[in-house]
Write a protein that binds this ligand. Structure first.
Ligand code: ZN
Ligand code: ZN
Length: 554
């Protein structure tokens, strides 16, 4: 077997929750592991989503043998359609994972460029020079996998997103015995593991515990209509809602496009069981007494255009909420979404609804392992080397420290971040190099929105804009039209008139002075106007709006 070093290139997800993407290099060939998106943060106005930097993969497209998916969450598969523009390679994953990913790829019009290959639990597939083994794990979407890469430098085990749920809804447990077997026979050279809950002590509760709460909540509200919002990909949660609805004699309707699509896909794959005749169309709910209706809705994160927000603000075409309705928010807000969720809860109360959420009822549990489970995985796999993945910087740090307390040699624990290239050879792991790993912002059809544009948007949003337009005669050295000062979102109406007249005078004087001094190029005059206007606005108002000079020469 070759003793060539193996490399892991981290392109996203190490330093933020989202846009997970890594690349494993074995004997010069590349395997991509997940291509996710990140949802924009509040300081990214107008951005729809954030992608990993795909420069490295684009430049090495001819070396990529395959794309391996751990599970169907957006932060792992949502960026696939963008990567497929740059390279063509088969995509491997569980049937549900591939189904969820393929749906998005087709929506983006990239269906023809993708070849999807379904893999079964515990299947091993040869991709390029590497055997890739898919090991079942429990998570907040069914069919999640850990991946073992059998390389010439030994086994690299990636946990995927996981928890150790001993009583999962579908009975499919995290395959600890296989991980232990690999550790005992061949040994785990390098473990890469989910750090999301690395700061949380103890063990994450079983998903089944949510079912108990849901059944109780449903049973205690006879005669009232119940709406439940959860992630559309959380099919185990959806199954438990369906079960609670069935027990309390309710029909179920879906609301929101992704909820409808995912329920359909999961039923086809046999992942979701809904008794015959129980699923009704959302347009039919009023034909049934309120106590016999349960609506499954999208929008548990307070997304402004999702079904739950529309219902809460009275804009839904299908459901009008009132004091007899019960709304269950079966999710935690992802960091950054608290404000949106809070507003939805407030609006629901304004309509008189009863709101049941995770703040006062256990209607949600996490899909990620806490410290107890992370220690269990470390203890079971006994890796030679360890790199924490999937987390903000603080999560990665806590996970790295935990690995050391669990006996991994501190010299073989690296807290890597996006763009780092880790080399694994006979001596262990080292941080070898870096590759580009900037945030790639997508806004509508444009994926070339950069930091400068975001800075401009922030200035426009917080301070407004002041623009000056004038034309100058470069031969006669005089201002022939304007300056006219126009503003958007800047000063109040009463002060604006005085300010703009004075500002225009100031700019005129500055331009005339510059022309007399012999400044005869338009670019230079634009600079003069910007400086004069900026200084005037700054002294008069102590504000820093965007200053836009438009000086044209006649
Ligand atoms: Zn996940
Ligand atoms: Zn994830």
């Amino acid at each position: 077997m070759s003793d060539a070093p193996v490399r892991v290139i981290f392109l996203g997800g190490l330093g933020e929750i989202g846009r997970n993407c890594a690349c494993i290099e074995v004997e010069g060939r590349l395997l991509v592991l997940d291509v996710g998106i990140m949802f924009p943060e509040p300081d990214m106005p107008g951005v729809d989503l954030v992608l990993p930097d795909l420069t490295f993969l684009r430049e090495n497209a001819d070396r990529v043998d395959g794309i391996v998916l751990t599970h169907g969450h957006e932060d792992h598969v949502g960026g696939l359609s963008y990567l497929l523009r740059d390279l063509e390679a088969p995509v491997y994953g569980a049937p549900l994972t591939v189904g969820l990913a393929a749906h998005r790829v087709r929506e983006a019009g990239m269906g023809k460029r993708a070849e999807f290959i379904e893999v079964a639990d515990n299947e091993t597939i040869r991709i390029g020079p590497c055997d890739v083994e898919f090991i079942p794990v429990t998570h907040s979407v069914p069919s999640a996998m850990a991946i073992a890469f059998h390389t010439n430098q030994g086994i690299i085990l990636h946990s995927g997103d996981f928890k150790i749920d001993l009583n999962p809804v579908d009975g499919r447990r995290t395959d600890l015995s296989r991980m232990g077997e690999l550790a005992m026979t061949k040994g785990i050279r390098l473990l890469l593991a989910d750090s999301t809950n690395a700061e949380e002590p103890g063990f994450t509760e079983s998903e089944s515990s949510v079912g108990v709460t849901l059944r109780r909540v449903f049973a205690m509200r006879p005669g009232r209509r119940i709406m439940v919002a959860c992630f559309a990909s959380h099919l185990h949660r959806i199954q438990q809602v369906v079960d609670a609805a069935e027990l309390s004699g309710r029909k179920v309707a879906t609301l929101g496009r992704s909820m409808k699509n995912n329920v359909e896909l999961a039923r086809q794959l046999g992942i979701l069981t809904i008794p015959k005749g129980m699923l009704i169309d959302i347009t039919e709910i009023d034909r049934h007494p309120p106590g016999q209706v349960c609506v499954l809705s999208t929008g548990s994160q307070g997304e402004p255009m999702a079904a739950m927000s529309l219902m809460a603000s009275g804009q839904s075409k299908f459901v009008s909420l009132g004091p007899d309705d019960v709304v269950v928010l079966s999710a935690h807000p992802i960091p950054g979404n608290e404000w949106g969720v809070g507003r939805v809860i407030d609006n629901l109360h304004r309509r008189g609804c009863e709101v049941v959420h995770s703040g006062h009822e256990p209607v949600h549990v996490s899909g990620h392992a806490r410290r107890g489970e992370l220690s269990t995985l470390l203890s079971l796999t006994r890796p030679d080397c360890f790199v924490p993945v999937h987390g903000e910087f603080r999560h990665l740090k806590h996970h790295a420290e935990l690995a050391v307390t669990m006996g991994v040699d501190p010299a073989q624990v690296i807290q890597a971040t996006d763009g780092d290239v880790i080399r694994l050879d006979g001596d262990g792991i080292t941080l070898e190099a870096t590759v580009p790993a900037a945030y790639l912002y997508v806004d509508g059809a444009a994926s070339d929105v950069d930091h400068g544009i975001l800075r401009d948007r922030q200035t426009l949003a917080s301070e407004g804009m002041v623009m000056v337009v004038a034309s100058v005669d470069l031969h006669e050295h005089e201002v022939v039209a304007g300056p006219e000062v126009l503003t958007r979102g800047w000063a109040g109406k009463t002060s604006e008139e005085i300010l703009t007249t004075e500002a225009a005078d100031t700019v005129r004087k500055a331009l005339e002075a510059a022309l007399v001094e012999g400044n005869h190029d338009v670019e230079g005059l634009n600079r003069v106007a910007r400086r004069a206007l900026g200084r005037y606005v700054g002294t008069k108002t102590r504000q820093k709006p965007m200053i836009v000079p438009v000086i044209v020469a006649t």
